[in-house]
Design a protein around this ligand. Structure first.
Ligand SMILES: Nc1nc2c(ncn2[C@@H]2O[C@H](COP(=O)(O)OP(=O)(O)O)[C@@H](O)[C@H]2O)c(=O)[nH]1
Ligand SMILES: [Mg+2]
Length: 409
């Protein structure tokens, strides 16, 4: 009798457990929906309790182990193939101001010295700190150099320079597995552009529309900065230049409504490849304004499930550490897929790119090296470091990549 009672109690408990588990699953999914919608891999088939996975067939064991993720690459998809021709010389030209400032100051510490000056680490540290690399990133770089020096891994000042260059590459590659331009693999691909006032959102949209048009893509623009009539006009000028249609609302219209309308139109238009959504760059320190960007994002998702496919944060390199503070707030509010760092042509510092890559672990996708459409460059760490760090005396012997050699042939 007691046994029967115990069995009945156990059966009821098990039943209750399954009913509760089933009920809470959709609620959890909903709460986490925005964060995981785009990137979650298809779920593995459920395994019954106590079930042991089948042993791997010979040779299969290694395949089933995922490759180790690079630092900060948790969100990143596999590295994409470079779509543009390498143009180290062009990028170097765009970085002339930074090379004349930041890099020239660094380089001067090494010029004419073969022996390592014991004070060189402090001098490097000072240049990095005054070039927007930031305290944390500078500290990490110096620590690694000090470590290598103490192990006698750096024999002369050339070796120190190369180690510095390698550090820059490591930092930039760590965050940029997913670097290099937009991923236009959905039709339409919806791109939401965010950032504070004046950083270059609208200009970047115009430059992107120009690039996409050159790639024979059909582009639509959404005038989501409804606060200033001038902002809408600025986008319309880019629309006329590139042949992209512009979706706009009435003056002062709700930005979410404009974004919803544009996304609905783009989704219904079979010829539309990419929709670029402009937003107002209101002060990020005012929480309600940040909430509004989140609302815009939600409206886009409502009009087309899974969109926006890209949310790019635009940062102005000339604002230095301020750009980092902005980025932290936007990263908190939105699921950012990349950074566009504009106006790198206008700063003698330029170290901010290292600080951003190191602190945010969000891939830098484009850099702005001027106001013309062709000055927006897809970002690749190796190419960028080569353009930034090549010293004047080494320039004639610039290293050629296999792509360059093939292109010349
Ligand atoms: N030198 C330079 N100027 C830029 C770059 N990107 C944008 N600008 C300029 O920055 C200013 C503000 O750009 P805008 O797109 O209106 O910023 P928004 O408020 O974020 O939309 C404009 O004068 C642009 O021409 C860049 O990469 N280099
Ligand atoms: Mg604008």
């Amino acid at each position: 009798m007691t046994l029967v009672l115990i069995l009945v109690a156990v059966a009821i408990a098990v039943g209750l457990y399954f009913v509760l588990a089933k009920k809470s699953a959709p609620e959890l999914e909903e709460a986490d929906e925005t964060a995981t919608k785009k990137r979650t891999a298809p779920p593995l088939p459920p395994r019954r309790p106590g079930e042991v996975p089948p042993p791997p067939k010979p040779g299969e064991a290694l395949k089933s182990v995922p490759p180790p993720a690079a630092a900060g690459a948790a969100k990143a998809e596999p590295a994409r193939k470079r779509t543009t021709k390498r143009d180290v010389a062009g990028i170097r030209k765009g970085l002339a101001t930074a090379r004349g400032g930041f890099i020239a100051r660094l380089s001067a510490l090494f010029t004419g010295k073969k022996e390592i000056d014991p004070e060189i680490l402090e001098q490097i540290e000072e240049v990095l700190l005054t070039s927007d690399v930031g305290v944390k990133t500078t500290g990490a770089i110096i620590e690694r150099l000090r470590d290598a020096l103490s192990k006698n891994e750096l024999s002369d000042s050339d070796a120190v320079w190369n180690a510095l260059r390698a550090e820059a590459t490591r930092i930039l590659e760590g965050s940029s597995q997913d670097a290099g331009g937009l991923h236009v693999d959905k039709k339409p691909t919806v791109v939401l552009m965010v950032g504070v006032n004046g950083v270059g959102k609208t200009t970047t949209i115009g430059k992107l529309a120009t690039k996409l048009k050159a790639d024979k893509k059909n582009v639509m623009l959404a005038a989501g900065d409804t606060f200033r009539a001038a902002a809408v006009q600025q986008l319309e000028v880019w629309g006329e230049r590139t042949g992209a249609s512009v979706v706009r609302g009435k003056d002062g219209a709700d930005p979410g409504a404009v974004a919803f309308d544009a996304t609905t139109k783009a989704a219904a238009d079979a010829t539309c490849d990419v929709l670029l959504v402009d937003t107002a760059g209101r002060l990020h320190t005012k929480a309600p304004l940040m909430d509004e960007i989140k609302k815009v994002r939600k409206s886009i998702d409502k009009a087309l499930a899974g969109a926006p496919h890209e949310t790019l944060l635009v940062l102005d390199a000339t604002t230095g550490q301020n750009a980092l503070n902005q980025a932290a707030l936007f990263k908190d509010a939105l699921d950012l897929t990349g950074i566009v760092l504009t106006k790198l042509d206008g700063t003698a510092k330029g170290g901010i790119v290292l600080a951003i890559a190191d602190a945010l672990q969000i891939p830098v996708r484009y850099v702005g090296l001027g106001e013309r459409a062709e000055d927006l460059r897809e970002f690749y760490a190796d190419e960028f470091v080569e353009a930034l760090f090549t010293r004047e005396e080494a320039e004639p012997a610039a290293i050629k990549s296999p792509e360059d050699i093939r292109a010349e042939a």
